[in-house]
Design a binder for this molecule. Structure first.
Ligand code: 1CP
Length: 340
């Protein structure tokens, strides 16, 4: 079995497996060249091109896992909310969901019918990888999807989302319930198409109070995870989650993703035994020279202290300004320093 899959199951590995969130993104010259000619959505809808982006990144970096080329917001587009990636670099939702009536009007979407190209991409990427490294599928968690749907795009404080969450809990639960069902179906479709691990991105959940997370988010995230085909490891990721780690573990996942704002050793102690950890280098560390990158990688490996189930990653996605050679230096350093 490949080291990445073993680590997801907390089995011993010869070295610590490493991959990077957003490893197939804009810091790669090959990807920028493709994007110069075609829009992001257009690329996602072309399974051969999207699979190629996945496979190219793996070949270039020497990482231990591949990630499907898609986006967490793609499943929202068939709801008729007007998803666009045209303005600047952030996604925009033209017709955001702001009221209980808006929530009630959102159609039930069947991913197999609405985004068949994602499953086709997964099939082709898996075939092209030819067993070299495992393929990760992914989706947004209900909270993060709802936050984008309500705000209409990214936000610093997610106040419109919180207004609905605190002010109209009935509508909020109805929305998250819909998104949880959609997400479980979407991930199960990816699993049927060949992804071997799934990552649930609750990127912006760290903006919540623990009590709000427990009552208004946790049951929906748990429903997604419990609705997944058994036997496929789940990585549950968020940023700014220092106050939520125990609750995220309660919601589920075989591996908990950590950003760089927490000490990996302390966070793992809080999470307790029986769970893996993914992380947690600051993406900005990759802007420093390779010697410094190596020093910080070693420090994180020391904090993991040989516990079973550590997957090395950044605490969030690769920054677009990151030199490719620095990413390669990180991957080599992790492999070399962790060899057992
Ligand atoms: O211009 C471009 O080429 C589009 C940039 C881009 C890319 C490369 C977007 C728009 N999405 C993606 C691909 C993507 N998105 C992947 C697969 C590639 C890989 O990881 O190598 C994945 C896993 C995502 C997941 C995603 N999209 C998340 C969760 C991860 C994270 O970084 O927090 C989020 C929050 C999104 C929304 C999104 N889509 C795109 C952007 C720029 C954003 C973030 C916007 C924001 O900050 O609010």
């Amino acid at each position: 079995m490949h080291p990445f899959l073993k680590a997801c199951r907390r089995e011993p590995t010869a070295f610590t497996p490493v991959w990077l969130m957003r490893q197939a993104g804009r810091y790669l010259p090959e990807y920028r060249a493709l994007r110069a000619r075609r829009g992001f959505l257009e690329l996602c809808r072309d399974p051969d091109a999207a699979a190629e982006v996945t496979v190219t990144a793996v070949g270039r970096l020497g990482v231990d896992a591949a990630i499907l080329f898609a986006d967490i917001l793609l499943v929202l587009e068939p709801m008729g909310v007007g998803l666009e990636y045209s303005r600047g670099d952030g996604p925009v939702i033209q017709r955001p969901v702001r009221t209980a009536e808006d929530v009630a009007r959102l159609p039930e979407v069947l991913p197999e019918e609405a985004v068949p190209f994602v499953f086709e991409t997964a099939k082709r990427a898996r075939a092209a990888l030819d067993g070299k490294v495992p393929l990760i599928g992914f989706a947004g968690a209900p909270f993060t999807l709802a936050a984008y749907l309500i705000e209409g795009g990214g936000s610093r404080d997610w106040l419109r989302a919180k207004r609905l969450m605190h002010g109209e809990p009935g509508a909020w639960h109805a929305l998250l319930d819909k998104l949880a069902r959609l997400t479980a179906r979407y991930l199960n479709g990816q699993i049927a198409a060949g992804v071997e691990v799934v990552q649930l991105f609750d990127t912006w959940v760290g903006c919540l109070a623990p009590a709000a997370y427990r009552e208004l988010v946790l049951p929906h995230t748990r429903a997604v995870i419990q609705g997944l085909a058994p036997g496929v490891p789940v990585i549950h990721f968020g940023t700014g989650t220092a106050g939520l780690l125990e609750l995220m573990r309660e919601a589920g996942g075989d591996v908990i993703g950590l950003d760089w704002r927490v000490d990996l050793g302390e966070a793992w102690a809080r999470l307790g035994p029986g769970v893996g950890v993914q992380g947690n280098l600051d993406p900005a560390a990759l802007l420093a020279p390779p010697a410094e990158i190596r020093r910080q990688a070693r420090a994180i490996l020391e904090r993991a202290a040989g516990r079973l189930g550590h997957i090395f990653n950044l605490g969030h996605g690769v920054l677009p300004e990151t030199p490719v050679e620095h990413v390669i230096a990180l991957v080599e350093a992790v492999h070399e320093l962790s060899r057992r």
